[in-house]
Design a protein around this ligand. Structure first.
Ligand code: ZN
Length: 138
């Protein structure tokens, strides 16, 4: 069995935002040379998420509205976590959207349904963040 590890680096200029990272994950699979196996993609920061869904701007807006209802950013004082930080909402939003995804690799490609795409979702930007890609297989 072979394994391959790669990190993606992010620095969003705004507090929240989405990026489709499907091509970056496929590039890592290409680099690995692995044709049959699994790829794990996880956020390495606890205020960002990795998830799979549709690359459709209306849906992305809906996520933002929905998550703001569940865990509004402001007022910061509503959260016990917000003493030295102001990012309690970011921790909660990340918990809802998820830490990681695991995808099948078949014949060297992500074995996806028609509309499946992998996204990085930043909830507390303006600083350096990382995503881990770990691939195992042969
Ligand atoms: Zn925090």
């Amino acid at each position: 069995m072979k394994s391959y590890r790669k990190e993606l680096h992010f620095h969003f200029p705004v507090r929240r935002g989405l990026e489709n990272i499907t091509r970056k994950v496929q590039s890592a699979i290409d680099e690995s040379g692995i044709k049959e196996g699994l790829v794990l993609v996880n956020a390495m920061n606890i205020t960002a998420a990795v998830f799979i869904n549709d690359d459709e701007s209306g849906l992305h807006h809906d996520y933002e509205v929905w998550l703001e209802k569940l865990a509004p950013e402001k007022p910061y004082s509503q959260y016990a976590h917000n003493g030295f930080e102001d990012n309690a909402d970011a921790h909660l939003k990340r918990t809802v959207m998820g830490r990681e995804v695991v995808c099948a690799i078949t014949n060297g490609k992500l074995d996806f349904g028609t509309w499946e795409q992998i996204f990085y979702y930043e909830f507390d930007g303006k600083r350096d963040k990382r995503v881990l890609i770990k691939i195992i297989g042969e």
